[in-house]
Design a protein around this ligand. Structure first.
Ligand SMILES: Cc1cc2nc3c(=O)[nH]c(=O)nc-3n(C[C@H](O)[C@H](O)[C@H](O)COP(=O)(O)OP(=O)(O)OC[C@H]3O[C@@H](n4cnc5c(N)ncnc54)[C@H](O)[C@@H]3O)c2cc1C
Length: 421
């Protein structure tokens, strides 16, 4: 069977569903295919931090401003896909006070609310916080639930005419006369799609889809571990205020605290070692902020791969910045007309926090290619179900199941509801 569509979006993480939604709201006919359930790639296995931008404030002002802008936008449109926990950047006695001052100043300069509090006040807010915390800054970090977020984006796209196929891996791409002619889909969907335009939003797997279309570019994925432990009553996100390193963030997820993470290059995002030393490192490092956290019972541990684009990463190394984690995970839109395939683009890199902005930029590009004049409305239109967590959880079951990041928050209704087609 062969189907036609104006735009085929490949990949059902934040970037793909965001792009499908943006185009559908502009009146474009869209089909999205995802090889597993929505958010089953990196998005649903991320740390689940809605960045305030404070993490990047002194090292990457542009990335920091993108984060605070999107943080505010998502608070308006995404409702219960977010939990407004607030966040603290804590300075331990062994941390550089100048780094703290630099971050605080940079936050103020770039429009990120950052309030200085002393160690005692920080411990009033988080009683288990180390006696070694000398001071902290309060920032508008929050927790984000990617299973709900991707499902709500997909539902919005579907409500505007998009077709969403899960369990639909792209298995082959046929290019003819410099254009993608056909895309073969396996799995339960098992069909061929003839698209006018193709957006590759497959994150850490993007170079594999590129290769199917004869386009050569390289991703440079890095893995990170997350460990969820039982923890009642942690309110704010805890960030260690030092140059970004292993195990410097703890995120509250309703009855759990999620410790993370590492950043280690891997060759294949589907097959890489998941090492016990990474887990131990999380307990050591996070234990410096919250002593005794290692004695809390582990609920889940999981790994994910960052969708980093190799040329961006090389440029960062060239700039001599050393550890790359302090730098914003910028995104790149690759127009493969430059590689001889006219109707094909890949969107790589970025952060879950900035998925909507990446999607808007991608949809702007596609709209220009197709001659569509309508502009993006995703920054102001509420996501379906945003006000109702039960409805969001129903949507998760429709398109997927709760993913590791938010499995402790999102009700698992996947056994009781038909999966998305
Ligand atoms: C350890 C770690 C922690 C992170 N923590 C945070 C955080 O706290 N906050 C934040 O903002 N960002 C965080 N990030 C970054 C963020 O998670 C990612 O940048 C973002 O989720 C990527 O979304 P995406 O849609 O581009 O990719 P993905 O979510 O990976 O989506 C790509 C999709 O493509 C699908 N796919 C692959 N091949 C095919 C195929 N052949 N056919 C069909 N579909 C296919 C995959 O199954 C996948 O679902 C973290 C990343 C990592 C690795």
């Amino acid at each position: 069977m062969t189907q036609t569509t104006t735009v085929l979006v490949i990949g059902g993480g934040g970037t793909g569903v965001g792009t499908a939604r943006d185009l559908a709201l502009r009146g474009v006919d869209v089909t999205l295919v995802e090889r597993g359930g929505l958010a089953s790639g990196t998005s649903g296995s991320s740390h689940g931090l809605l960045h305030s931008g404070a993490r990047y404030a002194e090292s990457d002002p542009e990335g920091a401003v993108e984060c605070i802008d999107e943080n505010e936008t998502l608070r308006d449109i995404a409702g219960h896909c977010i939990n407004d926990t607030g966040g603290l950047f804590v300075q331990l006695e062994q941390d550089d006070p100048d780094y703290f001052e630099e971050k605080l100043d940079a936050c103020h300069e770039h429009g990120i609310d950052a309030e200085l509090i002393d160690g005692d006040e920080a411990r009033d807010r988080v009683p288990d916080l180390s006696e070694g915390v000398e001071r902290a800054m309060v920032v508008p970090d929050a927790a984000i639930y990617p299973s709900r977020l991707t499902a709500a984006n997909a539902e919005s796209a579907a409500n505007h005419g998009a077709t969403i196929h899960t369990n639909a891996p792209v298995t082959d791409i046929t290019v003819s006369d410099g254009r993608i002619e056909r895309v073969d889909i396996g799995g339960e969907t098992n069909t061929t799609i003839e698209p006018e335009y193709v957006v590759n939003a497959t994150g850490a797997w993007a170079d594999k889809i590129g290769a199917m279309a004869g386009v050569d570019f390289e991703m440079k994925p890095t893995k990170g571990v997350m460990i969820s432990v039982e923890y009642e009553g942690l309110e704010p996100v805890l960030n260690r205020c030092r140059e970004p390193s292993d195990g410097d963030i703890i995120i509250p997820h309703e009855g759990e605290a999620v410790l993370g993470t590492t950043s280690i290059e891997v060759d294949d995002p589907d097959d890489y070692p998941k090492e016990e030393w990474e887990v131990e490192r999380m307990f050591e490092e996070c234990g410096a902020m919250v002593p005794g956290i290692e004695s809390h019972e582990i609920r889940r541990k999981w790994w994910a791969c960052r969708p980093l684009y190799a040329p961006d990463e090389s440029n960062r190394s060239d700039s001599g910045t050393g550890d790359e984690r302090g730098i914003s995970r910028d995104f790149t839109l690759l127009d493969h007309a430059d590689d001889g395939v006219e109707n094909f683009a890949s969107v790589v890199g970025g952060k879950l926090t900035t998925y909507r902005m990446m999607a808007e930029a991608t949809a702007d590009h596609v709209a220009a290619e197709l001659g569509v004049a309508a502009s993006s409305t995703t920054a102001t239109e509420q996501l379906p179900g945003a006000a109702d967590p039960a409805e969001l959880d129903r949507l998760v079951a429709k398109y997927s199941e709760p993913q590791p990041t938010d499995a402790g928050v999102v009700a698992d209704l996947s056994g009781s509801t038909a999966a998305g087609d």
